[in-house]
Design a protein around this ligand. Structure first.
Ligand code: PRP
Length: 186
């Protein structure tokens, strides 16, 4: 790992699942894909707080297009309300997305609940297009079918932190994705 500050937080990590270097490389590839796919367009990246902000900051700095950015804070009402498509919007977008090419940016796709509902909600606002870009995917955890258009890494069902992902609001600043030692949360 390139001479970065070793943090006390590192001691709580059992295993580095995705190194900083691998993340950086993959994020550059994803940004290049987005740059190609949206050539001639100016997509609006919608980051879902809080987890997405580090991934989004890294991603956007490699996108060679005139992008704009907006953010939402959402929470899901749980599996029981999937069919009604309800998502609890705690902070809505500042921008009107009608007619825009929107890319939702998320740190992790887990059960799929949040993003299925959020996608349904945003489609009601009639964007020109809507795609989903996630840093991590845990396909084994999926309860609601949804597939991202851009996926950084598929990972097993482990308790991961870092690069925006938290445990009890901590560890988000770790520059790699690591598996938390069970004794930390048990
Ligand atoms: C995470 C993640 C997604 C959601 C995915 O957010 O950022 O929004 O969970 O889970 P799902 O696929 O099971 O719906 P979290 O609620 O942990 O909030 P945070 O972004 O503030 O960390």
């Amino acid at each position: 790992m390139k001479g970065r500050t070793v943090m006390k937080l590192d001691q709580d990590i059992q295993e580095i699942l995705i190194s900083q270097e691998d993340l950086e490389q993959r994020i550059e590839e994803m940004a290049a894909e987005i740059t190609r796919d949206y050539a001639g367009k100016a997509p609006l990246l919608v980051g879902i707080l809080r987890g997405s902000y580090i991934f989004m900051a890294d991603l956007v700095r490699h996108i060679d297009l005139p992008v704009s950015m907006d953010f939402m804070v959402v929470s899901s009402y749980g599996a029981g309300t999937v069919s009604s498509g309800l998502v609890n919007i705690k902070k809505d977008l500042e921008e009107d997305i009608e007619g825009k090419d929107v890319i939702i940016v998320e740190d992790i796709l887990d059960t799929g609940n949040t993003l299925v509902k959020l996608t349904a909600e945003l489609l009601k606002r009639r964007p020109a297009s809507l795609k989903l870009c996630v840093m991590l995917d845990k396909p084994d955890r999926r309860t609601t079918p949804i597939k991202a258009d851009y996926t950084g890494f598929s990972i097993p069902d482990a308790y991961v932190v870092g690069c925006g992902l938290d445990y009890d609001q901590g560890y988000r600043q770790l520059p790699y994705v690591g598996v938390l030692k069970p004794e930390v949360y048990e």
